[in-house]
Design a protein around this ligand. Structure first.
Ligand code: GNR
Ligand code: NI
Length: 164
């Protein structure tokens, strides 16, 4: 069992743009395994490789109650968004800070699995929130970037204060 170190704000490495995966080898499968263990251990409902300082387009997700529905997305792309929802988000890279974020209510994505096989998926509700949150990480975006400048400033102040 390997748990990876999770970067937290204000770490600038969280702003790195992740690169496409083009080699589906044992190392990739080990990374995915370690990311699932890290996510379940945290615990969290999703984890992007960016958060463990690996700048590849790899995401793991499990929004199920019983933590028995692992979903791995490699090279994910949103192909369609529908509607709006507001959800109170948190992030393992922004500990103890929660804020409402407006996102699409439903997303259709194209992605590859851990062996490189392409698939499409349409998600709504919490799974759609989580997919959008994780794809943001791969682009160097954290949920605080969706807030107004004032709310973001307040959240960052609280984060700083929590360190003492
Ligand atoms: O564990 C997590 N919970 C969560 C709750 C609401 C919206 C998004 C998330 S994702 C987060 C784990 C995380 O930081 N993934 O990047
Ligand atoms: Ni996050």
């Amino acid at each position: 069992m390997t748990t990876l170190n999770i970067l937290t704000l204000p770490d600038k490495r969280l702003k790195t743009l992740a690169k496409k995966v083009d080699v589906f080898d044992k190392d990739l499968q080990q990374l995915i395994k370690d990311m699932f263990e890290t996510m379940y251990d945290a615990p969290g409902i999703g984890l992007a490789a960016t958060q463990v300082n690996i700048h590849k387009q790899v995401i793991v997700i499990d929004v199920s109650e019983d933590k028995d529905q692992p979903l791995c997305l490699v090279n994910p792309e949103i192909v369609e968004k529908k509607g709006e929802q507001v959800y109170e988000e948190g992030c393992l890279s922004v500990p103890n800070i929660y804020a409402k974020v407006k996102r699409a209510d439903s997303v259709s994505i194209k992605a590859q699995n851990e062996t490189g096989k392409s698939f499409e998926l349409t998600a709504e509700g919490l799974l759609a929130v989580c997919i959008q949150h994780e794809i943001d990480h791969l682009k160097g975006i954290v949920f605080l970037d969706h807030l107004t400048p004032l709310k973001r400033k307040m959240a960052l102040k609280k984060l700083e204060k929590n360190k003492f």
